[in-house]
Design a protein around this ligand. Structure first.
Ligand code: FRU
Length: 507
């Protein structure tokens, strides 16, 4: 796709040779068992990036995704497909959309056209309609500006088979190179479909009565908010906050994230079906970690907002040391909007792991009122390191949760009370030679002054997801130990008064 992305891929081929030989010489480390996550979605084989077209229908969550099945680096994009009835177990399904003469199938969304506004339904079946960008590679290579256009496809059998609309593309670019990632919602007050589209350094809103004819309504973002890189994958969501409807626009951006490379910012405001009016121009990040990108929400879920992100970063996604597949999705997160202070019009987007995940875990330890001097062992004899750690503390003090193996590799997740910052230190976490900037400490500000703190960590083979203070600060980071971590401790310099601590393992 973009020239920068092709340049990015080249050094990874070289780096990978090194990583692979390292893994092969080591009899303990089978790449698959070392790195394939246990409760995060990965494709069986091949490359994956953004989640696409996520939709809930008849008890099934559908996750489509950017997919190149023939290789483990970014290539001609398809829409892969997976389904789950509980957001924990995902079943990979046959590929949904293949590249065609118009172009590759880039990111986009899916809606249930309940009222058959598109006329694509048959025999009373409401069509599931996918709206996606088609990226025409020959056009890009020829130096043209019209290579990204929006198309639609529909399914009458709950996403099993798809028919591409004969009149594609339905929204052509006005000769702008970056014109992509349509996220469509039904806007009840105006009885129209609204498409949010990423256009280089801003988002444009289009409306349509039927998903086929689109008119531009407005745009937002030029010279406002974070602009370290190109804007991608927007999502427009409405929340009911104490009876008041407040809108949030998620915008992914690469590079320019708070800890390098890709990240997702959000804008809070009002949307009337035509114009988005932000309440403030403060820059806010949905997740401060380096590895949550292009996250969007499921459609057709009513009031609930569930988001899944791509758990990687364009800085190194093509070079991470997995062999059969590349990239995993984040755990599904429930999004809520909270008002900082009553009537302040200052809102924070908070995320927490969806409650459905609880069914996948068993509690292995539960303790209350621990006054820790400096070390609490968190490793359970049977299951080694926990997959989830939840704690609640009365005072906010420095702490470090350290995951380690006997090969001197360690990952540290902690809090610095002086700087009021959470951090993830993966400088010595394992393999990092695939990208210079991988081995680093990522920081995130604490978003509240509350006396106590609660924290939830989800730990899989190569990822940690931190949700602090009711999801006000979120960080997601990858790591690649050469041998599994077998030890986990909570270490404090000044002791800590834990109200409760609960450890969980996967069932
Ligand atoms: C975001 C992105 C999208 C694009 C897709 C291509 O990661 O660059 O803007 O549609 O990936 O795979």
């Amino acid at each position: 796709m973009h020239f920068y992305r092709i340049l990015l891929i080249l050094p990874f081929f070289m780096a990978q040779t090194h990583v692979q030989s390292q893994v092969q010489h080591d009899p303990v480390s089978n790449n698959e068992s070392l790195y394939r996550p246990r409760f995060h979605f990965t494709p069986q084989k091949g490359w994956m990036n953004d989640p696409n077209g996520m939709i809930f229908l008849n008890g099934q969550y559908h996750l489509f995704f950017q997919h190149y099945p023939e290789g483990t680096v970014w290539g001609p994009m398809h829409w892969g497909h997976a389904t789950s009835s509980d957001l924990v177990d995902w079943k990979e399904q046959p590929i949904s959309l293949y590249p065609d003469s118009i172009g590759m199938i880039f990111s986009g969304s899916a809606v249930l056209d309940k009222n058959n506004t598109s006329g694509l339904g048959r025999g009373g079946i409401a069509p599931m309609v996918a709206i996606y960008t088609q990226h025409n590679m020959p056009g890009e290579k020829a130096g043209r500006n019209d290579f990204q256009n929006q198309s639609i496809a529909y399914s009458l059998d709950e996403g099993k088979t798809w028919t591409k609309y004969a009149g594609n593309p339905v929204l052509k670019t006005p000769n702008l190179k970056d014109f992509r990632d349509p996220k469509v919602i039904w806007h009840e007050p105006t009885q129209k479909w609204i498409m949010s589209l990423a256009v280089a350094d801003h988002v444009e809103f289009y409306s349509s009565p039927n998903l086929m004819n689109w008119s531009k309504e407005s745009e937002i973002g030029k010279n406002l908010f974070a602009h370290g890189g190109v804007w991608e994958c927007p999502d427009l969501l409405s929340f009911n906050v104490n009876g008041k409807i407040v809108w949030v626009l998620l915008v992914s951006m690469n590079p320019g994230g708070p800890n390098g490379g890709s990240a997702t910012q959000y804008i809070v405001g009002d949307f009337d079906g035509q114009v988005f009016k932000p309440f403030t121009t403060t820059i806010k990040w949905m997740d401060y970690g380096p590895d949550n990108y292009a996250g969007v929400s499921f459609s057709n879920l009513g009031e609930r907002k569930i988001l899944i992100g791509w758990m990687s970063n364009w800085n190194y996604a093509n070079g991470v040391p997995t062999e059969k597949w590349r990239s995993a999705m984040t755990a599904p997160r429930e999004l809520k909007l909270v008002e900082q202070n009553i009537n302040s019009n200052e809102f924070l987007l908070v995320s927490s792991p969806v409650k459905e995940l609880n069914a996948g875990f068993t509690k292995t330890l539960s303790k209350e009122n621990i006054i820790s001097e400096n070390i609490v062992a968190l490793t359970s004899a049977v299951n080694s390191i926990p997959n989830r750690i939840d704690f609640n503390t009365l005072q906010v003090k420095d702490f470090e949760i350290i995951f380690s193996n006997t090969y001197n590799e360690k990952l540290i997740v902690g809090f610095d009370a002086t700087k009021k910052q959470f951090f993830i230190d993966r400088r010595n976490a394992g393999t990092s030679n695939f990208h210079e900037g991988f081995s680093r400490i990522s920081n995130a500000p604490r978003m509240t002054e509350d006396a106590g703190m609660d924290l939830s960590l989800l730990i899989d083979k190569t990822s940690v997801e931190l949700f602090a203070d009711g999801g006000r600060t979120v960080m997601t980071a990858l790591f690649f130990p050469t041998h599994p971590y077998t030890n986990c401790i909570l270490q404090t310099k000044k002791g800590m008064n834990l109200k409760s601590i609960n450890l969980f393992s996967l069932k």
